[in-house]
Design a protein around this ligand. Structure first.
Ligand code: ADP
Ligand code: MG
Length: 730
């Protein structure tokens, strides 16, 4: 089949498809929710009393499980998994490639004499050595030293997918360094638990533990499989590297909250059923702003579990999509000209006594507690905006942040007019000496925070980090990201800030200041110090870029430069002191991310070169030849004098196409040269910067000419499905 035919065939395929609805196992979700998870109920049924207790202690208090009990847990887990039809097991982990990884082993084990048993013991549960030399390690582990190992994380329950028992694990090098996303996340969770508990105890001695909560919102695009395969760029890079912007994009905003198309709805229903059976509490689904863009969000959960659930969901979505002849695009910007996709991270802190520390309360005392955590979070964002920026940096997200659409690359915090006014008031009121009278008044003032401070009109969608009533919403996270990255950073910087806060308050108390006054004084200091990070206006506007510069806020537009913060002394020290990343791990991560950036741009650049040379240029020339034939024919028929007028348009077209064709060809050559130069660089940062500054700009420049050719060439000859077809055919 020639390429134009592939395009036509793909479109026909799409038009002929029908939705494929699959009924869930029951009308009541509660009857199958968590059915494929080795959760509390399953454990109680399949574990001995001792083993069950040990797992619970490990889950809730991080206690170790001894070998004998691990054997019992393994055996119970295997029995349970067998009832779900599992024949294999795998240690499921999250290496720094951003995907989940698994290596399947059968329970089956031959024991000689033609006989076999099903075996799974504690050692197989607790630790495995995947041949991990090909996972990125940023120089921590020499590639010939393949011994990294995975270790069971009892904090996240095992589950069955298909015929495989999946055991959530962390992935560490032989020398103990983290090679994955989970290990640093668990350390950050511990750091914030320690720091926040100590601060929460100012207000309630009974607080023994603080947990982070995360509710993510996953945005994504659906594309029909036939179109996906007819677009090598989308297939290889997850985004369209060519394609003229269609006449209609999202201007009419008719997709947002519109009715979900049937085929998409059938897909959602099935993947939600699978997700629910895996214990992922998915709750909302709706269309997003761009055509064929959707969102899925669960009820929030404890952070570690929420992270696993998001990784798992991305995986399940992909698998189920294929059954519906779709592909899921998790890329941050699959199509120029319409909205990109993010993954909002709703984050809060909860105590073991059942209090959401970021929820404004009724009484003044409780609201000093609220303000403490609220203001400390803002102060942490202010002091560490650059690390937070780095935590969301990726080649894909560069197309969202501060590029074609907001949120901007400038980190700021939106808290709404009410709380903004409250903080301003505190700043003024607490300025002078605090007489006992004024203190009471002040407390009463704080006591009146209305529960609904932010209605929908007050919600600022343009802010990268917004307070939304009882939680912060980190909106700048990219749709393909592992939440663990940004959540590790957020929790670490807030933990560091809370530690500092506790120290300052304690010092004041020691000098004889009353506790409440000491707390309020430090809060006021923090309000003053972190003022620059608060921004209530339009984050998409040019004025904000200027204003932010005046305020001294960073505006780091690309990934390689955003990552620089990882080599700053303060950053290395901060993550080391909180026990989240050792200096070696920080350096390794920095290197891995630079490398991953380079690879992504390299692949995009190769695909652009290939498609431009092998698809766009030949088709343009073929059409040009047709026009030339036509001109020749007209001359023959009309005679050269008369043909002058009749061939004028064709000749103009031929010339115009020639210009674009030679531009494409010479730009591709220049790009290859730039790539060669970049490839010759050894140092990861220099290489990433070369790719960013010297190679990447060619992508846009080549696309410009190719897209012009798309407009000129006969539609019948054009090989790649066009943007309007990608966005609107269903
Ligand atoms: P919306 O923003 O669409 O109006 P909500 O405010 O109810 O909806 O919640 C949005 C997201 O925030 C949901 O995914 C929800 O699970 C999450 N969320 C709500 N409360 C918390 C919390 N305390 N901690 C973390 N996430 C939360
Ligand atoms: Mg949101």
């Amino acid at each position: 089949m020639s390429t134009p035919q592939i395009r036509i065939k793909a479109l026909e395929d799409v038009l002929n498809r029908a939705p494929r609805f699959v009924d869930p196992p029951s009308q009541k979700i509660s009857e199958y929710f968590g059915a494929n998870v080795f959760g509390e109920d399953a454990m109680r049924m399949f574990l001995t009393e001792d083993a069950w207790y040990a797992v619970r202690q490990a889950m809730h208090h991080g206690n170790r499980i001894d070998r004998k009990l691990a054997d019992q847990v393994a055996s119970g887990m295997k029995e349970w998994a067998a009832t779900k039809g599992a024949t294999h097991y795998t240690h499921w982990f999250q290496p720094l490639t951003g995907l989940s990884a698994e290596k399947h082993d059968a329970f089956f084990e031959p024991i000689g004499g033609g006989r076999s048993i099903e075996r799974f013991d504690g050692s197989m549960l607790v630790q495995q050595e995947p041949d991990a030399s090909s996972f990125p390690s940023g120089g921590i582990r020499n590639t010939f030293e393949a011994r990294g190992y995975t270790a069971w994380d009892p904090g996240s329950p095992a589950f069955v997918i298909g015929r495989t028992l999946c055991i959530p694990t962390i992935f560490i090098s032989y020398t103990g360094e983290a090679l994955d996303y989970k290990m640093p996340l668990l350390r950050a969770i511990r750091a914030i638990d320690e720091a926040a508990t100590l601060v929460a105890q100012y207000f309630d001695k009974d607080v023994a533990k603080v947990t982070c909560t995360l509710g993510w919102e996953q945005e994504y695009f659906l594309i029909d499989k036939a179109l996906f395969f007819a677009r090598p760029d989308i297939m290889m890079t997850g985004r369209a590297l060519f394609g003229h912007i269609p006449a209609k994009g999202q201007q009419l905003e008719d997709h947002y909250f519109g009715s979900i198309p049937d085929r998409a709805r059938a897909f959602m229903r099935e993947f939600e059923t699978e997700a629910l059976m895996l214990g992922i509490p998915v709750k909302t689904r709706h269309n997003e702003v761009a055509p064929n863009q959707f969102e899925c969000a669960p009820v929030f959960e404890e952070l570690n579990l929420a992270v696993d659930h998001n990784v798992l969901l991305m995986d399940v979505m992909e698998k189920v999509a294929q059954r519906h002849d779709f592909r899921v695009l998790l890329h941050e910007k699959p199509y120029a000209g319409v909205n990109g996709s993010g993954k909002h991270n709703n984050w809060s802190l909860a105590t073991n006594t059942g209090v959401n520390l970021l929820k404004p309360a009724k009484t003044p005392k409780e609201n000093i507690r609220f303000l403490t955590f609220f203001v400390n979070t803002i102060a942490a964002i202010h002091a560490n905006a650059d690390v937070l920026r780095a935590s969301i940096a990726s080649a894909g997200n560069d197309h969202r942040l501060g590029a074609n659409e907001a949120p901007p690359a400038i980190i700021s915090a939106f808290i709404g007019d009410y709380l903004g006014g409250l903080l301003d008031g505190l700043e003024k009121n607490l300025k002078g000496a605090m007489t006992p009278d004024r203190k009471t008044e002040l407390k009463l003032d704080i006591g009146r925070i209305p529960p609904v401070m932010l209605d929908n009109t007050d919600r600022n969608r343009t802010s990268p980090f917004a307070f939304t009533g009882n939680k912060f919403e980190f909106r700048a996270v990219g749709s393909s990201a592992n939440c663990a990255g940004p959540m590790t950073v957020l929790n670490t910087i807030v933990a560091a800030q809370l530690r500092a806060f506790r120290k300052e308050v304690d010092a004041l108390i020691e000098k004889g200041t009353k506790k409440d006054e000491a707390i309020l004084r430090v809060i006021r200091d923090l309000i003053v110090r972190s003022k620059a990070i608060r921004f209530e206006g339009n984050g998409y506007g040019d004025e904000w870029v200027k204003e932010a510069e005046k305020r001294g806020l960073s505006n780091i537009k690309d990934t390689p430069r955003a990552l620089d913060v990882w080599s700053r002394k303060e950053t290395v020290k901060l993550f080391d002191e909180l026990g989240v990343l050792s200096p070696i791990e920080t350096e390794a991560r920095h290197e891995i991310e630079l490398h991953s950036y380079t690879l992504k741009i390299q692949i995009e650049s190769r695909v652009v070169g290939d498609l431009a040379q092998n698809h766009v240029v030949p088709v343009a020339i073929a059409y040009q030849n047709r026009l030339i034939e036509n001109v020749r024919g007209l001359r023959e028929v009309l005679g050269s004098e008369k043909a002058k007028k009749a061939t004028a348009t064709q000749i103009r077209l031929i010339e115009e196409m020639s210009d674009h064709v030679s531009a494409v060809v010479s730009l591709v050559e220049e790009m290859i040269e730039a790539r060669k130069k970049a490839n010759a660089l050894e140092e990861p940062r220099a290489k990433a910067i070369a790719y960013c500054d010297q190679v990447k700009p060619f992508l846009e420049r080549i696309r410009y000419h190719a897209d012009k050719l798309e407009l000129l060439v006969d539609d019948e000859l054009w090989p790649l499905p066009k943007m309007r077809e990608l966005l609107f055919t269903r």
